[in-house]
Design a protein around this ligand. Structure first.
Ligand SMILES: [Zn+2]
Length: 327
């Protein structure tokens, strides 16, 4: 019934306008794609090793292009964190993303967990993937995301090495506990991180309190598991707290037919639940909210961000008065 549809749309727009004008309300969000294949699931005892990857049938191309179509239909630009290994094998995907106006960022080269690398191994991996992606895209690569969000308190050198590798921002901190890492007491909002080598901007993965439990409803298994209405409700709550919602998706998550890897039952559930409905869920989220890339957000809000020391180095937060001295 058209009249009902119109009145619902008007009412939603009125509500959104009133929210936008609330002081402290954040009206822009960020959608990101971690561009990797179905066999890049971490920490599996019987999963394929790096030497096997090239011999496995790839599905990343079709799935990634479907995601770009979905975002393109809504005129949304996203940030694509390319695994260097994938970019090297499918360089046309990097160029396709660029030609459609999306941002290219790095997901490292070999998809190794941060806490399993030495500092120099990490620096080489981060540097190599940035240079490779810049060569392929012809554009500066400013952002980084660690495999499995595997930055932990034991890896405070992470930010120093990222700055040495010339990154301007990162989106690897998961501010609660999780399987591959997480930093429980890390700041939840985007902020500047100060360390010995200089400073960069951190965009932590979005955590929201649901019945007093910190959860991320905006990526991976949780995005697929929870209903769209709850995700959108929690997203409005995050925006009302003055934070952007940072969503993340992998191309395999819209592909119900991709091969399954052997893994324990609980991980099997998390990796493969609701693959059929993910695309529809992304459509409903992107229909309601406004999105920009990480770099667009950084350019607009860099002077309003609070300043923190790198997690694990000095936990106390700097006062806003010190911001003037930070590059
Ligand atoms: Zn990954």
């Amino acid at each position: 019934m058209p009249s009902i549809v119109v009145s619902r749309t008007v009412s939603r727009n009125v509500r959104r306008l009133s929210e936008v004008h609330q002081p402290g309300f954040c009206s822009e969000n960020i959608f990101s794609i971690d561009v990797e294949d179905w066999y890049h699931i971490l920490q599996l005892h019987h999963g394929p090793c790096r030497a096997d990857w090239a011999s496995l049938p790839s599905r990343v191309e079709a799935n990634f292009l479907r995601l770009l179509d979905l975002f393109g239909d809504r005129d949304i630009r996203v940030t694509c964190f390319f695994l260097g290994w994938i970019a090297k094998r499918f360089p046309h995907l990097v160029r396709e993303a660029i030609s459609r106006g999306h941002e290219i960022a790095s997901h490292g080269h070999e998809h190794r967990l941060i806490f399993e690398m030495t500092q120099s191994e990490f620096l080489n991996d981060a540097l190599y993937s940035r240079c490779l992606l810049e060569d392929l895209s012809g554009c500066p690569v400013r952002g980084y995301r660690a495999a499995g969000f595997s930055v932990i308190e034991r890896t405070p050198w992470f930010f120093d090495k990222l700055i040495e590798a010339s990154y301007e921002y990162d989106s690897s901190v998961f501010p609660t506990i999780r399987q591959h890492g997480g930093i429980r007491r890390a700041a939840r909002e985007p902020h500047r991180v100060v360390c010995e080598s200089g400073s960069l901007t951190e965009f932590p993965i979005t955590i929201v309190s649901l019945y007093r439990t910190p959860v991320c409803l905006f990526g991976g298994g949780h995005l697929r598991l929870f209903p769209s209405w709850l995700i959108r409700k929690m997203a409005r709550k995050v925006n009302a707290e003055g934070r952007p919602v940072i969503y993340y998706i992998h191309p395999r998550e819209i592909d119900p037919s991709h091969p399954r890897l052997p893994m324990p039952v609980h991980r099997r559930f998390k990796c493969y639940v609701n693959l059929r409905s993910t695309e529809e869920k992304i459509a409903s989220i992107t229909n309601e909210f406004t999105f920009v890339t990480f770099y667009e957000f950084l350019n607009r809000y860099r002077h309003t961000l609070s300043v923190h020391h790198a997690p694990g180095s000095r936990p106390e937060r700097l006062s806003r008065a010190t911001q003037a001295g930070v590059s």
